[in-house]
Write a protein that binds this ligand. Structure first.
Ligand code: ATR
Length: 275
């Protein structure tokens, strides 16, 4: 069977083998998918070996997403814009890189959560790799505005400038958290790493629209301080990154195998209650 894997460090927490093996079973695809712990600083050597053993593709997680971009010969627009890749495909000497995190996020919001982004006011918190990967897919939906807020204001401004230089219009705005004082958003997405340490970005509760959506990209942390703030602000719809995780996996699976698996049952299976 064709071999695939997810590479990261640490990797024991990964749900990717469970998700991809279930996709394979459901779609009748003959493949094996394992978890690979890449020694730090040895991404290229580990991937070289995986390819030499016949590996067809990899998902890439922390801390190797930048290394994956550097390793690739061909970058998708999303991977280039994010400066990070979360999926690789090997074909002879070519190494194709994709970043499906953003499309997975958008698909979860628009399809699974039923919130079209067209015409909406969207707030994205953070300016790291996770935020950068989400920008093109969100802009493609045609929001009324996409505001990127970051603790380090320079990083938000540099990010906005870089995307504008590549064709993003003034739908894309950026600044610090203090700029949010007078603004309200239909959809607020937390792409900071704050929830991983139970921290809260300095976001005013007034930024949430009550009939909107608050989305935390982290998965499996329950009601994070960000989601709690949104709940207290009366936001009706709260979500964590379970759907994004499964949707980006489905995108990678379709890219490798030409078949897009069903995602709903898997999202239900891996979801952790938001309490
Ligand atoms: P990732 O690849 O997950 O995006 P990253 O590139 O390290 O990780 O970026 C982390 C993001 O979370 C940054 O935008 C960071 O803000 P700064 O650029 O100001 O450092 C943001 N972040 C992390 N902890 C935060 C906190 N407690 N409050 C607000 N923002 C936080």
């Amino acid at each position: 069977p064709d071999r695939y894997a997810v590479i990261g460090n640490p990797i024991s927490q990964t749900k990717s083998p469970l998700i991809h093996m279930a996709f394979a079973a459901e779609s009748g695809q003959h493949l094996v998918y394992s978890a690979l712990e890449g020694p730090l600083g040895q991404f290229a050597a580990t991937v070289d070996q995986f390819r030499a053993e016949g590996g067809k593709g990899l998902n890439v997680t922390v801390p190797f997403k930048l290394d994956a971009c550097a390793y690739a010969t061909d970058l998708s627009d999303e991977a280039r814009a994010a400066g990070a890749a979360n999926a690789l495909k090997f074909e002879g000497e070519r190494v194709y890189a994709q970043n499906f995190d953003g499309v997975g996020l958008v698909r979860d919001i628009t399809h699974n959560l039923g919130q079209p982004l067209a015409g909406k006011r969207v707030l994205l918190l953070g300016a790291g790799g996770a935020a950068r990967g989400a920008i093109l897919p969100i802009l493609r939906e045609g929001p009324a505005c996409l505001f990127v807020a970051n603790r380090t204001v320079d990083k938000a401004q540099a990010l906005v400038q870089a995307f504008r230089a590549n064709g993003a219009g003034d739908t894309l705005q950026g600044g610090g958290y203090e700029a949010l004082a007078e603004l309200r958003f239909d959809v607020v997405i937390n792409a900071t790493s704050a929830s991983l340490s139970a921290a809260l970005p300095p976001l005013p509760a007034s930024a949430f629209e009550a009939d909107g959506l608050a989305y935390d990209m982290v998965y499996g942390k329950g009601l994070t301080p960000f989601l709690k703030l949104a709940q207290q602000a009366g936001v009706r719809q709260l979500a964590d990154g379970a759907g994004m995780l499964v949707e980006q996996a489905a995108e990678a699976f379709a890219w490798w195998r030409g078949v897009r698996p069903e995602t709903r049952a898997m999202i239900a299976r891996i979801s952790v209650p938001l309490v």
